[in-house]
Design a protein around this ligand. Sequence first.
Ligand SMILES: *[C@@H]1O[C@H](CO)[C@@H](O)[C@H](O)[C@H]1NC(C)=O
Ligand SMILES: *[C@@H]1O[C@H](CO)[C@@H](O)[C@H](O)[C@H]1NC(C)=O
Ligand SMILES: *[C@@H]1O[C@H](CO)[C@@H](O)[C@H](O)[C@H]1NC(C)=O
Ligand SMILES: *[C@@H]1O[C@H](CO)[C@@H](O)[C@H](O)[C@H]1NC(C)=O
Ligand SMILES: *[C@@H]1O[C@H](CO)[C@@H](O)[C@H](O)[C@H]1NC(C)=O
Ligand SMILES: *[C@@H]1O[C@H](CO)[C@@H](O)[C@H](O)[C@H]1NC(C)=O
Ligand SMILES: *[C@@H]1O[C@H](CO)[C@@H](O)[C@H](O)[C@H]1NC(C)=O
Ligand SMILES: *[C@@H]1O[C@H](CO)[C@@H](O)[C@H](O)[C@H]1NC(C)=O
Ligand SMILES: *[C@@H]1O[C@H](CO)[C@@H](O)[C@H](O)[C@H]1NC(C)=O
Length: 608
Amino acid sequence: MMGMRDHDVGLLLPFLLLLISVASSQSQGCPQRCDCTARLKAVSCFGKRLAALPDGIPADTRVLDLRGNRLRWVERGDLLPFPRLEKLDLSDNVISVLEPSAFSSLQNLQALSLRGNQLKLVPMGAFSGLTNLTSLDLSGNKIVILLDFTFQDLKSLKNLEVGDNDLVYISNKAFLGLVGLRELTIERCNLTSISSQSLSFLHNLVSLRLRYLSISALEDQNFRKLGNLRGLEIDHWPFLEHISPHCLQGLNLSWLSIKHTNISSVPTSALRSLAHLTSLDLSFNPIAVLESWALRDLVRLKELHLVSTKLAVVQPYALGGLRQIRLLNLSGNSLVTLEESAFQSVNTLETLRLDGNPLNCDCRLLWILQRRKTLNFDGASPVCVTPVEVQQQALNAFSDSALFDHFTCQKPKIRNRKLQQVSAREGQVVSFSCRAEGEPAPLIFWISPQRRRITTKSNGRLTVLPEGTLEIRYAQVMDSGTYICIASNAGGNDTYFATLTVSGLPLDATLMANRTYYVGDLNDTNLNDTRVFLKFTLDLKTILISTAMGCIMFLGVVLFCFILLFVWSRGRGQHKNNFSVEYSFRKVDGPAASGGQGGARKFNMKMI
Ligand SMILES: *[C@@H]1O[C@H](CO)[C@@H](O)[C@H](O)[C@H]1NC(C)=O
Ligand SMILES: *[C@@H]1O[C@H](CO)[C@@H](O)[C@H](O)[C@H]1NC(C)=O
Ligand SMILES: *[C@@H]1O[C@H](CO)[C@@H](O)[C@H](O)[C@H]1NC(C)=O
Ligand SMILES: *[C@@H]1O[C@H](CO)[C@@H](O)[C@H](O)[C@H]1NC(C)=O
Ligand SMILES: *[C@@H]1O[C@H](CO)[C@@H](O)[C@H](O)[C@H]1NC(C)=O
Ligand SMILES: *[C@@H]1O[C@H](CO)[C@@H](O)[C@H](O)[C@H]1NC(C)=O
Ligand SMILES: *[C@@H]1O[C@H](CO)[C@@H](O)[C@H](O)[C@H]1NC(C)=O
Ligand SMILES: *[C@@H]1O[C@H](CO)[C@@H](O)[C@H](O)[C@H]1NC(C)=O
Ligand SMILES: *[C@@H]1O[C@H](CO)[C@@H](O)[C@H](O)[C@H]1NC(C)=O
C-alpha cells in the first residue's frame, strides 16, 4: 500500500509544477502563437508568419526569438518596451531597413542575429548604444559595402559574422572601435582584397576566418597589427597563387590553415616568422613536392596536414626542423614512399595518415612497419600497392616473420665498371657514363674533383643527364681530376671513378681526332666570353688530305705569281734579282685558325 501512494505522488508532482508554471507565465502574459518560458524569461515566436512584433510580450523578457517570420523593418519604438533584452534573434526574416539607433534602447543586449535578411546597407549608427553586445551575426544578407564607423560603439563585441553577403568593399575604418573583437568570419563575398588598414583596428582579434573569396594574392604585411591573432584560416580561395614572403609578418599564430587554393608550393619564407605555430593545414592545394627544410622554422609544430595535395615526393629533411611533430596527415596523395630521412626524428610521431597513396612496400617503409603497433593510423592503415605479392595488404596486418621477406631493397650496382680515363682539349664536350641497377631505382650523382656535388639539377657547364651520364661542356683545364659517380638508394650506395685530363691550346692533332669541337658560329649564352665557335667533326685523314691539298695549292699559286712577276719584270726590262713575295697563309684545316694564329708568313725568293 505504501509503495502505491509513493507512486501516485510521483505522478502528481510534475503535473502540479506544470500548472504552477503555466499560471505564472499567464500572469505575466505571453503573446498568442508564441511559446514562453517564464523561468528563463524567454519568448519564442519562431516561424509564425508574423509581420510585426506581436502584442503581449512581457516587459522583462530577456530572450526573444523571432526567427523565420515576415518582419520587414526594425524601428526604435518597437524595441523600447524591452530594455532587459539580452538575446534577440531576427534571423530569416525579410528585414531590408534598419533605422539608425534602432537597437539603442537595448543596453543589456548581448547577442543579436540578423542572419538571412535582405539588408543592403547598414546605416551609420544602426548599432549605436549596444555597448554590451558580444555577438553580432550579419551573414546571409545582401550587404555590398561596410561603411566607416559601422561598428564603432560595439566595444564588447567578441564575435562578428559578416559572411555570405555581396560585399565588394570594406571601408578602411569599418572595423574601427571593435577593440574587443576576438573572432571574425568573412566568407562568400566578391571581395578581391582585404586591406591591412581595415584589419589594423582589430588589435584583440584571436581568430580570423576568410573563406570562399576571389582574392588572388596575399601581399606584404596584410595582417600587420594583429599581434594577438592565434588562428588564421584561408579556405576556398581558388585564385590564390601568390603568397608574399612577408605577408604573415607581425603575426604570432598557433594555427594556420590554407586550404583549397591554387598555391603550388609550401610558402616557406612566409612561414618563417611563425615560431609558435603548432598546427598547419595545407590540404587541397596543388603541392606536388614537399621540399627539404620547407618547414624548418616551425620548431613548435605538432600537427601537419597535407591531405589530397597530389603530393608525389617528400624530399629528405622535408620535415627537418620539426622537432615536436606528433601528427602527420598525408592521406589521399600520390606518394610511393615516405622515408624516415624526411624527418628530423620519427620518435615524436604519434599519428600518421598515409592511406590513399600508391605505396611501394620496400625497405623504405620498414620504419613504419617497425612502429605499426604503436603508431596510430587514425583507423586508416596505409596499404601496399606494389609489389604484387603484398598488394592490398594493410601495413598493420603484417606478421613479424613476413616482415623481412617483403620489405627489402636491392643495393645499387653500377654496370660496366671499365675505368674511364679521358684526355680532352679545352672547349670540348666530355661525358662519363654511369648506369646503375637497384630496387628502388637508384639516384645518381657525381662528385667533382673540387668536391662539388653534381646532380641532374645542376645547371652550369657540368650536369648529370637523366640516365646518370656526367656531361662537361666546354671543358677547361681546371676540370681535370677524378670524378666520382655515386649511385644510391635506400638499400645503400655504389661508387665508381673516372679521370679527366684537360689540356689547353695549342692543339694536338692526334688527340683531337674523331672528337666533337665547338668552334665557329654557335652562340652560347652560358659562356661569358664572346668567342664564336663552329661545330664540326674532324678526323685525322681529313686533316692530312687538306694539309696536302693546301700545300699543293700554295706551291701552285707561288709558282704562278713567280712566273707572272718574271714575265712582267722582263717586259719592263728591269733586272731585279731580289724580290719578296708576301703571302697570307690561312689554315683552312684546323680550329687553331679561329685564334688567328695562322697569321701571315713571309717568303723571300731569290731570282737566279
Ligand atoms: C552592460 O554595460 C553596463 C555599462 O555599460 C554594465 O554596467 C552592465 O553590467 C552591463 N551588463 C551586462 C549584462 O554585461
Ligand atoms: C559575385 O558577383 C557576381 C556578379 O558580379 C554574382 O553573380 C555572384 O553571385 C557574386 N558572388 C557572391 C559570392 O556574392
Ligand atoms: C591554377 O593554376 C594553374 C597553373 O598554375 C592554372 O592553369 C589554373 O588556371 C589556376 N586555377 C585558377 C582557378 O586560377
Ligand atoms: C606568441 O604566442 C605564444 C603563445 O602561443 C606566446 O607564448 C608568446 O609569448 C607569443 N610571442 C610574442 C612575441 O607575442
Ligand atoms: C586526415 O585527413 C582526413 C581527410 O581530410 C580527415 O578525414 C582525418 O580526420 C584527418 N586525420 C587526422 C588525424 O587529422
Ligand atoms: C654510402 O654507404 C655507406 C655505408 O653503406 C655510408 O657510410 C655512406 O655515407 C654512403 N654514402 C652516400 C653518399 O650515401
Ligand atoms: C671514330 O668515331 C666512330 C663513331 O663515331 C667510331 O666508330 C670510330 O671507332 C672512331 N675512331 C677512332 C679512331 O676513335
Ligand atoms: C646569336 O646571338 C645573337 C645576339 O648575340 C642572336 O641575335 C642570334 O640569334 C644568336 N644565334 C643563335 C643561333 O642562337
Ligand atoms: C665574365 O667576365 C667578366 C670580365 O671578363 C668577369 O668579371 C666576370 O666575373 C665573368 N662572369 C662569369 C660568370 O664568369
